[in-house]
Ligand binder design. Structure first.
Ligand code: FES
Length: 403
């Protein structure tokens, strides 16, 4: 029968080998068409082809029932074909699978007693799969535990630097994202699945250790999209709070806020969150779709609305008790200065003292055709946003932050 297999287009592939080093793949000869390497290839050189293959039948024990299915599939695809409710936007589905590249582990199931991400794990004959993991400790791919001299969107601009080495905070980076931004600045992390998955307790211990090592008060969780695996993130924040009971400790989450509903925000704040940096990608769904490369307009609108609503909800309910700084990505290729000004007007109207950081989106990942905004343009951006009444505007530029 014909099966799908991922392969590289020779003229486009630069042999960077990211698809081999970063992606947890059972191998080219045993491609199960999960698609993770296609999403992750910075050159867009990976494609699916159809190929003739003899396909065996496997018996699987899923939630206590035996099923006979064809090999060469991921667990997620099998579950979907058996009628399990899979969703890329709702935690209420039986399986929530937002990144589909093996990083967030929201889609994890028990495989022969071990937690594994269903979206990239191939089926094997005789496998036992359990989908109800409510009582199992969540895990997630998280990496890069180290100190940073520059903070994130949710770092207050005038914080006192206590580290004798000039570090502002320590951070870790969660894998997996539900956006597909061609300008992704953290794509090595966003698509990383071939790394160790950690429980919240172990991740909290590691971040606490580096906090002591770098002698800082701030601990940041960034990504990828940090909020995807809700149970994992809430547990990480409460574990950090437990391990860092001193009043100077700050627990900071950077996020695109696409799934950050009021109940989720409250849960994070109750767990110990002190600082948050949501990104707002445009003032219209059209711009949002250009930046994120999402193709489903309904889904894009849901994420767009949720992110703006999250900022308003935090301002109305938590601002002052926790710190919030908002990020606005900018490049004239996908946003006009008029749209940026509209965003400034909206935010200034809500809270003029809100810290706003404009990120100069540049030709990283797949957007090699765009230019990084010039320093002159970013100075202009700063003037425009300040004229809306915002009192705390920071603009990222090639020569550092314009404050
Ligand atoms: S959806 Fe499977 S790891 Fe994120």
């Amino acid at each position: 029968m014909n099966v799908k297999q991922a392969t590289s287009v020779r003229d486009l592939c630069t042999n960077c080998a990211y698809c081999k080093s970063a992606i947890k793949c059972p191998g080219e000869l045993y491609c199960v068409a999960c698609g993770a390497c296609i999403e992750a290839c910075p050159q867009s050189a990976r494609i699916f082809i159809e190929t003739e293959k003899e396909v065996e039948k496997y018996n699987l024990l899923i939630d206590g029932d035996i099923y006979t299915v064809l090999e060469n599939q991921t667990i997620l695809k099998v579950l979907e074909s058996l009628g399990y409710k899979i969703s890329s936007h709702s935690h209420d589905a039986q399986i929530y699978a937002p990144c589909k590249t093996g990083g967030c582990w929201s889609c994890a199931v028990l495989v022969n007693g071990e937690l594994k991400p269903s979206c990239i794990t191939p089926i094997e004959d005789g496998m036992e799969i359990v989908t109800d993991i409510d009582n199992i400790t969540p895990m997630r791919i998280v990496s890069g535990f180290q100190g940073h001299h520059v903070g994130g969107v949710g770092t207050p601009k005038n914080i006192e630097i206590t580290s004798p080495f000039g570090y502002i905070e320590v951070a870790c980076f969660t894998s997996g994202c539900l956006y597909r931004c061609p300008t992704c600045q953290n794509w090595q992390v966003a698509y990383l699945s071939n790394s160790e998955a950690l429980t919240p307790k172990v991740a909290a211990r590691k971040l606490t250790e580096v906090r002591k090592q770098y002698r800082v008060n701030r601990m940041a969780i960034s990504g990828g999209e940090s909020t995807l695996n809700r149970k994992w993130l809430v547990s990480l924040v409460s574990n950090l709070k437990f391990l860092n009971p001193d009043s100077l400790a700050r627990i900071h989450v950077d996020t695109n806020a696409s799934i950050l509903t009021p109940d989720y925000i409250d849960e994070l704040v109750n767990a110990g969150l002190t600082d948050i940096g949501p990104d707002l990608k445009g003032n219209s769904v059209e711009t949002f779709m250009k930046i994120t490369n999402l193709k489903d307009q309904e889904l894009a609108k849901r994420y767009f609305d949720t992110s703006w609503n999250a900022v308003k909800y935090i301002l109305d309910n938590h601002y002052g008790k926790i710190f919030m700084g908002v990020g606005l990505p900018f490049n004239k290729e996908f946003m006009t200065l008029t749209e940026l000004e509209e965003m400034g007007n909206k935010l200034a109207n809500w809270e003029p003292d809100l810290q706003v950081t404009v990120l100069d989106y540049r030709p990283e990942f797949r957007a090699q055709h765009i230019e990084r905004p010039s320093v002159h343009l970013m100075k202009n951006v700063k003037e425009i946003l300040s004229s809306t009444g915002l009192t705390s505007v920071i603009c990222q530029s090639i020569y550092g932050h314009i404050k």
